[in-house]
Design a protein around this ligand. Structure first.
Ligand code: ARG
Length: 354
């Protein structure tokens, strides 16, 4: 589809869903058409952009948290094309979204073509490969950590070193900026019954802020549009800290629990997983940091499905992502099918800049 067609579809959807008058719509359609024929692109109003970003969340087939799509806070940062000011705006995003633990779903949208953020998430832990091939920190960050070091960043070589923000304008060399400690909210993990759990010194950061995906709205692609919600506990407890190719903590937790790790059928992995996830939810809640367990998230997703049906819209979804990695069959999602057709506006992956 051409940009013009995508733009027309989007503008029509925006006016229809927001119950705006038809004459205004026709005027805007004319304006947009003129901009596209004259310049090959057009500029969204701040309201169109905010609506587009929210609907893109509503259309995120992999996301179980879509009930809250209308609450997304949108920061229009399109006028800024200076690395240092973008850095400041990213710190503002982190601070606003973190909100001392009462996390606010937020997106900052930068100039569509000229800005690129190299990070996968605004806050994420570095990963360092050791001589023997093992990894300290998050193995998923190995390639990006190498890039940061090449740019001149010096990591501490620890398990939980927060990576710098790496910002690139057009084809200039990327620049890196450290995130001041006071912006980084983290939750040390402890367990409501196992006192030894805290001695494992596990922690995770409070807010997942995806910064590597692009946002497409009405034919315009925003390459730098970092967004966040709050965590579902399993993302941390059943994946980031549990996957063998991530922090791989299950053997250590199981051993401290006194389980028989020589027998698969002792279900030591499953039992360790549950307790690790209990610790994640317990610690975040005790620290007043927003988080949702997978049962509640599935119930919220059910409400989203009901809402969408009453608005006469189909819910698309990617079943393989929607089911939680822990006790999937205990949620309704497991027991039905989802159509994974993509809709616009949408968030999607884009080619890595490095
Ligand atoms: N799964 C990713 C992580 O563990 C975060 C993805 C976005 N998650 C979210 N709850 N909005 O870091």
């Amino acid at each position: 589809m051409s940009m013009l067609n995508k733009a027309m579809d989007f503008i029509k959807m925006y006016y229809a869903e927001n119950d705006l008058p038809e004459e205004q719509m026709n005027q805007r359609l004319g304006e947009v058409e003129q901009q596209i024929t004259e310049h090959g692109h057009y500029t969204h109003t701040t309201d169109e952009l905010a609506y587009g970003a929210r609907v893109a969340w509503r259309n995120s087939n992999k996301c179980i948290g879509r009930l809250f799509w209308q609450s997304l806070q949108v920061k229009d940062q399109r006028v800024i094309i200076d690395e240092e000011i973008i850095y400041e705006k990213l710190l503002e995003h982190i601070d606003f979204a973190t909100n001392d633990g009462k996390i606010r779903p937020t997106i900052s949208i930068f100039e569509p073509k000229k800005v690129r953020i190299w990070n996968h998430q605004l806050i994420r832990y570095a990963g360092y490969e050791q001589e023997d091939g093992s990894v300290i920190g998050d193995p998923d960050s190995l390639a990006f950590t190498k890039q940061c070091i090449e740019l001149g960043w010096q990591g501490n070589g620890g398990q939980f070193d927060v990576l710098p923000l790496v910002i690139q304008i057009e084809d200039h060399p990327p620049r890196f900026f450290d995130i001041p400690q006071e912006y980084i909210k983290e939750v040390p993990l402890r367990h409501p019954e196992f006192d030894w759990f805290a001695d494992l010194h596990m922690k995770w950061y409070a807010v997942p802020m995806i910064s590597s995906m692009k946002l497409e709205v009405g034919g315009i692609t925003y390459a730098a549009a970092p967004f966040n919600g709050w965590y579902m506990g399993t993302e941390i407890g059943a994946r980031n800290l549990a996957d063998e190719y991530r922090y791989n903590m299950l053997p250590i937790v199981a051993e401290r629990m006194g389980l028989n790790t020589t027998s698969n059928s002792s279900l030591w992995r499953d039992r360790a997983l549950v307790e690790l996830n209990v610790a994640v939810l317990f610690s975040f809640k005790e620290d007043g940091v927003s988080i949702v367990d997978h049962h509640t998230a599935a119930q919220q997703f059910k409400r989203f499905e009901v809402n969408e049906a009453s608005a006469d819209r189909d819910v698309t979804g990617n079943w393989t992502w929607l089911i939680p990695p822990l006790s999937p069959a205990a949620t309704h999602i497991f027991h039905k099918q989802y159509d994974n057709t993509k809709k616009s506006p949408e968030y999607s992956y884009q080619k890595s800049p490095y």
